[in-house]
Design a protein around this ligand. Sequence first.
Ligand SMILES: *Cc1c(COP(=O)(O)O)cnc(C)c1O
Length: 401
Amino acid sequence: MTITRAQFDEVMVPNYAPSAVIPVKGEGSHVWDQAGKQYIDFAGGIAVNCLGHCHPALVGALKEQGEKLWHVANVMANEPAIRLAQKLVNATFADKVYFANSGAEANEAALKLARRWALDNYGAQKSQIIAFNKGFHGRTFFTVTVGGQAAYSDGFGPKPGDVVHADYNDLESFAKIISDDTCAVMLEPLQGEGGVVSPTAEFIAGVRELCDKHNALLIFDEVQTGVGRTGDLYAYQGLGVTPDILSTAKALGGGFPIGAMLTTTEIAKHLKIGTHGSTYGGNPLACAVAEAAFDTVNTQEVLDGVKQKEALFRELLGEINEKYNVFSEVRGKGLLLGLVVNENYKGRARDFMVAAVEQGLMALVAGVDVVRFTPSLVIPEADIREGMARFEKAVASVVNG
Ligand SMILES: *Cc1c(COP(=O)(O)O)cnc(C)c1O
């Protein structure tokens, strides 16, 4: 059976609008579509493919575990899950790990845990969750409600209650809302979907301080920033502010679905036996692949490499912008970069992304004004240069209409 893009519209629920091409093969930072056209991948499956496509360490782990044990359900422990949890604990502030299958599920667990913790320790009145406008935390009903984009959460009837939003990087607006009835504060330590916005040092430290003052838990959603993306293993480590709960997914599996929630022993104890769970969460196959991804990324060489590659991206983007003057700034950190289009191209970030595909480059947007790059953390310099050459052609084609 020949598969075409047209069939997508026939058999799929219409919630996505994928581009006209269908990728069929990937290797490193190269992808090929059905017609054999080759692309350089600066999208990385939205910050998921942290080691590119079909990295030998991940393929090896998948094959090895695939021939051993795929699934046993959480009525029994399994070796890969325990090994991965131990490594996450060793490398972070956390003492305990809960495994899920996605970012939304990791966040769902974080929010449910925070509510339990507050209820057990302080009583029912401490249920308020504060999050931030333009934040993104996933698409379950709880997480999308906590996310700061009404367009994603409206239209589904009554929402989970006691969730309020402040403006990101606006400590004053946040300080006005938080109180002793605040149960938890959830934020991305660098907003991804919301336009690639870094927190100010003052904001992030101030939020931590006010959480401590009001006995509220601070939850960092590191689904997009985690596992090396910003040049630190987790973004909080580069900010010098430690959360109480952290969620991680996307790059954690390097392309295999997995998510995790990390926290301390004191907080974790409120998720008692039977209070939460997942059939597939922590399955051996996902954990084996994630362990290989984690081992490969969590080295000084790879993390330093992210910073060096960021510098090269910024240098080449500066050269393109000097010629074409299309971006007002390049935001973000490490290999989570947001190119903000200037006044002349307002609302047209998507045009650059579409033009890039034409030129053989996969890129992303973050809202209507930001072109986003989230390539492999180990993308070779030659691929960065080739991808940027293609991007320059894409920019030229948009500029020249
Ligand atoms: C992608 C993302 C999520 C959702 O992850 P899924 O795996 O799609 O459920 C949550 N939070 C952030 C910050 C994300 O970037």
